[in-house]
Each structure stands twice: as C-alpha cells, then as structure tokens.
Design a protein around this ligand. Sequence first.
Ligand code: ADP
Ligand code: ZN
Ligand code: ZN
Length: 822
Amino acid sequence: MPQYAEVILPLALPQNYTYRIPFDIAEDVAPGKRVIVQFGKRKLYTALVFSVHDNAPEGFQPKDIIEVEDKNPIVGPLQLKLWQWMADYYLCTMGEIMTAALPSGLKLESETVVLRNHLKKIEDSELNDNEFLIVEALTSQDALSIKEIGDITGFKNPLKLIHSLLGKRYIVLEEELKNGYRPVQKRLVRLADKYSGSGLSELFEELSRAPKQKDVLLSYFKLMGEASREDNDAPKPIVASKLLKAANSSDSSLKGLAEKGIFEIYYDQPEEDSKGGSTHDFYELNEHQQKAHSEIKQHFEDKDVCLLHGVTSSGKTEIYVRFIKEMLDQQKQVLYLVPEIALTTQLITRMRRYFGEHVLVFHSRFSDRERVETWLKLIENPETPYLVIGARSSLFLPFQNLGFVIVDEEHETSFKQFDPAPRYHARDTAILLASMSKAKVLLGSATPSIEAYTNALAGKFGLATMSKRHADLPMPEIQCVDLKRARNKKEMHGNFSHELVEEIKATLANKKQVILFQNRRGFSTMIQCQNCAHVNQCKNCDISLTYHKHIDMLRCHYCGYTRQVPSRCPACGSYEVKALGFGTEKLEDDLKLMIPEANIKRMDLDTTRKKNAYLNLITEFEDGEIDILIGTQMVTKGLDFENVALVGILNADSLLNFPDFRSHERAFQLMAQVAGRAGRKNQRGKVLIQTADPYHNIIRKVMDNAYDKMYEDERYERKNFKYPPYYRMVKLTLKHRDRQHLSNSAIALGKELRGVFGERILGPEFPLVARLRNFYQMEIILKFERSVSLNKAKESLLETINIFLSKNPDKKIQVIYDVDPM
Ligand code: ADP
Ligand code: ZN
Ligand code: ZN
C-alpha cells in the first residue's frame, strides 16, 4: 500500500506537496480524490491527490493526511494530465490551475465563509449530532468562516461536515449568495382581478381623459383575443413590450395604468429558459452547408482539428448541430466553447430545442452550487452523452468520454485568460484536451485568427469555407463617412455625422432597429484643463480617469478608483476644465437629444454589472422594445437579431491606432463582426463606418469583405517583424511598488537574459499603463523561432530568472509569466 501522497494545494506553490498516508486510510487515498491536510501554521485545506507512491521525501518530515473526503475521485486521470500540461506550458503552478478549475464548493479552506440556507427547514432526522451543532452555530450568527466554526464547535476538522451540509443544502457559501444567479425575467401584464368580468365600460369611461392609456387597454384586449384564439389550452400571458408596440405607446402609459390599479405588472421566466421542452427537427442544410459539412468530415479522416471559415450568418451553428447529433448518438460527450456565455441565451435556447436534457450549461454567472452539480453530474455519469456549453473555464470539467469539441468564434480574445494565472488560451488548451481524449475539434469563425488560418493553410488543420450567407442573404452594404470632411464642412452633430443621423432616422421610420458600436464606455475619456492641459489621473494607476455622467464621478477603468469631478483645475486653479473624447454614455446622451422619441439603451460593462442585466437587454432588444442599442465590444459578439437594419461604427480610428502587433487583425475582426449584425433576415443590412481615414487599408478590406487579403498582408508583416504565429512569445511582467528599484532590477534582469537569449530579448519597457493599483510594471519580451525547442527555452528562462531573484532576496520584484500573450 502506498505510504505517501503528492497533493495539489489551492495555492501558488511551486511544486506539489508530499504528505504521509496514515495506515488506516491507506486504502481510501487515490489520485483525483480530495483530502484534508494542514498547511502552514494551523490552516486546513482541501487538497487534491495527484499521485501516490512509496518514495519517502528527502529533507523533511511529511505531515499526515488528516482525512479523505471522497469515496470516488472527483477529478479524472485525464484532467490531472491536462493540468500538468497546462502548468508546464503556461509556466504556472498546479495549485493555480486547481483554483481556476474547481468550483468553490469543491475546494473549501479555513477562510471560506458559509451561511445558513434559510430556504431549507431543519429536519432533525437528516442531520447527525455534529452537523446539528454546526447548523445551530449558524443560526445564532449570520456568517462564519470554517475556521470560526471549528473554534466554536471544538471540531478539529469541520471541513468534512461542511461538505456534507453543503450537499444537503443546509448551508451555502457566501460567494454563492453574492453571485446568485437569477434567470431572466420577462415583464408581463394582466388586468387586475376586480376588472375581470364586469366593470369594463366604467373602466373605459374612467380613461376617457387619458387617451393613450385607453389605447393601451384596447390593445390589451385585442392581444388577449388573439392569444386565446391561437391557443386552446391556456391563453399566453401578455408581454409588456409586445403590448406597447401594438398600442404604439410608451412605458409611461403602462405605468400609469398600473398606478391606477387597472393593470398588474408581473415578472416571469421566459419560456425558452425552461429546460427540456419539445425537441425540434433539424433544418435541412443548404448546398453550401452540405458541402462544408462533408468537407469537414473528410478532413477528420486524417486530421484532428478543422477550421470552418464561414461569413457571418452563413449558418455555421447548424453545421455544429450535425456533428453534435452524431456524437451524442454515439454516446459521446461534446464540449461547445463560446467566448462569452452571457451572450449565449439565444444559443442555449436553440440547443435545448434540439438536444433537450442532454444540454448542460456551465459558466461563472451560475451559482457555485449549480457549477458543483454540473461537475458531479459529469463525474458520476461518465458514459452519459452530454453537450456542455460553456465559456473558457468549462474545459476543466471532468469529461471522461469526450468525443468532440467546438470552439465557436475561435478568434475571440476572451478565450485567453489574462489575470490571474493560469494565463491560458482556451482554444489551444481545448485542442490539447481533445487530443488527450482522442476527440476531434471544430473551430469556427467568420474572421479566423491569423494563428488558426495559418495552421489551416499549412495543412495542420483542415479548412472548410462558406462565403455565402444563409438563404442567399446579401452581405451588408458598407459605407464610410469621412470625419475630416464632415468636420470641415461643419456637418457633425457632436460625434454623429449628418449621414449617420439621417440613416438612423430612416431606419427607425422603417420600424427597424439600429446597433451603434463605440469602443469606449463612460462619458468622456478624460477631463482636461484648457489652461494648463492638466489631466486628472488615477491615484493608483498611471492612467487618466474617465468621466461617468450618471454617477457624476471620475472613475479609473483599471482599478475602479472613483473621485468627484473637480470644479477647477487642481494644478493651476483655472475653472476651464473640459471633457475630451467620448464614450458610450455620451453617445446615448447626444442621441437622446437628437431623436427623443427613440428608445435608446446602452450595453457596456457599466450597464451589465448586475447578473441578469445583460440578458434583460438582449430580451428587450429581441422583443423590439429597444430601438437603438449602443454598445462596446459586447454588441459585436455572435448576437442574432432579426430586425437590425443599420449598424454604425462611431470611430474606427480608435481601433486602428492601437500600438499592438495584433491591432489590425483585431480591428478587422471587430468591424466585420459588428457589421455582420446588420440584416440577418430578409433584407440587406447597411453599415456606416465613421473614420478620419477612409482609405485606410483595413477599412477598405472590411468594406470589400476581403478576409483573405487582410490575412495575406498580416501574414507578411508578422513574418517580417518576427511575430506569432511565426515566432513564439513569452511576456514577463515585472512588478514593484518602487519605480526606481523596479527599473534598476528590470534592466539588470534584461542584461542577464540577453546573455542567454541575445537579441531575442526585447525590453524592459514600461507598458502603456506604467503603474497599476500602486504597482509599477515593466515588460520584457522573449521572442524566439519556432525551430527552437519550447521546453529548452522555458527551462533556461526560468533558471536565469530564479538565479537572478535569489541573488537579490530582499526587495524582490514580482515576475509574472504570460506564454503566447494576446
Ligand atoms: P452563423 O453562426 O454562421 O453566423 P447561424 O448559424 O446563426 O449563422 O445562422 C444564421 C441564421 O440562419 C439563423 O437564424 C439560422 O436559424 C438560419 N439558418 C441557418 N441555416 C439554416 C438552414 N439550413 N435552414 C434554415 N435556416 C437556417
Ligand atoms: Zn490647469
Ligand atoms: Zn486606477
């Protein structure tokens, strides 16, 4: 029987930690199971067994494992292998990966705070004496850390009891309450009880002096009539947005009726959110889809990865559906990765209609409890064919029977995790996961990443192309507005050109919807003194503060620091301080003045902080309640709205002039994607791009829908200037509170590294934001040829840095590794 276990602790330790296995539990300890161990002075942790062996560790006396948590492993051998690969590849620790991978409920530690779940009544018969003591402790105090519970109850090891209580739902994690997921709600309207039946004529009488409200009431009865005719069982409830549309009326009339007690406004879950439901027949694939489908199948004969390059609205999703169906029929599991899960209500609805109960959804907006349940479902039913739809972290789920992976919108940068470690790319990691599982991978995009397209052209990946939109819908018509000219001719209304305003008005007159894209949120980008040019900076970061009008405050977009708007310049005392630049909030304001009758909403980080704000916005837009949606990147991602006829890009120049080797690729992707939201059904959409440089190479390529030409140019540049995918990159970010010390150390380290890697080392340099949250940072970049062994390069890198750091033990600078930075 093995005597020692190597365990992963949920901490950034450089290596796994060894514990002794006490004889009486030796049979229970196995890789993938959780154990409780003590680490540091008195702290208890849930750790995960990585391996068991008989080799006594040298140089220290290992502590005993306190207890085994699981009857069966909660992490499979495949996952442990993947974690190991990730730690090696992305230069991070297994603990960091475990922290990212496991939902909180599976990795309790002494500091975890739990609360009593008041929704659950105490059933004495369900609790043993010790569990009862804990529930008691939580009844008298609201929230307790696990350590505090240990102190109160005198239990040395409350973790096991906590696990059990969590399972029985008597307690919840504090984290879970904070992130409590609530499903989207639809606003519904019904007539107050007292009016159902009699009293209607009096009611209309009463409203004779409120004609608008009367209209709404009339429309209500009309819709009720239609609803009961359509449906024999129970008439469908009346949706507020539909009612207002039918009555051609505004929200205030509805509110007025509610205030008078005539209407009741209530909320319900939209039906698409309910699980299961009737399954739906597949669409018949059109000829382009059929061709692409069979090409992909062909490629999978001898390739593991295939790229589907299909223009927006070409029907890529329907092709995914075919592969999913085949896999589920073969009793295999499928992972469907999407860049931003909040945007995927539409997709989830579609998949539930096709695959019903097979669909599992996994993302950070779900409660931890739900995430734990999905995790356990997969581990306990290894053979069940599930379709898991999720954002990047779902690739950590314990698949044991994975047959297929889809990475939709493969080019999206949100597949890469920036902070904290592991700084992994979900597309690349998914390809590895698939190869470990002998599963195939289908990447899809209208604007593939240069990396993926290069691999496809080189024959490493298969390639299938669809250049026609579904149902022969034409690509949108794209026009430019020359901002320089418009400004000279005084044809600008704030940030809107005359053309754009006219197009917006014409679109609304046609009862169609508009999407406006602006890269920046907030009101202005900064507040500047007109006298001395002083700009208000964040006190923690080297970046100017952004003015947010609705809170009338200046705010830092990096650290969240906020302060009042100074009425006069803090530097010279002048009262002439002016807002410069513009964000989404300013656009919303300007547009409301120009087109007061339109219902305008904003979709950016500020308006979507609340859990279901996002989904509500999408639902309202789908229902036609919103006429104009102004948004940041969020509006570019894979949304499928039928009624959008116009897309406006307010300022293309801010996308193009970004100092990064990927800026042209990204600008093309963003513009092509947002343009793709126009005219997705029936009628050709229109896109207006405002720019001071209408002849810019990238803008021309967007207008001509010329991905291939853009790719050729980019490829040439990347090769010439030694960038990915032709060269590999590792970015080091060095941090310290003291600027001078950081700079000296960074220069010294740069010198050491140059001694090893020569010209392959760039920097150190201060990045755009040199100070973040009070830490100064500098970057050093290692760029090397693909022919150089990645492992060797990383080994020398780590060795050089570790020797350097150990030579300067005090005032140590912090080093952060980012492999394949984005
Ligand atoms: P993409 O993902 O390529 O942007 P989608 O798969 O979302 O495109 O398809 C665009 C629209 O066309 C969707 O509304 C979809 O339902 C519809 N569609 C796609 N393929 C078919 C088909 N074969 N038959 C009918 N409708 C289809
Ligand atoms: Zn000043
Ligand atoms: Zn800041």
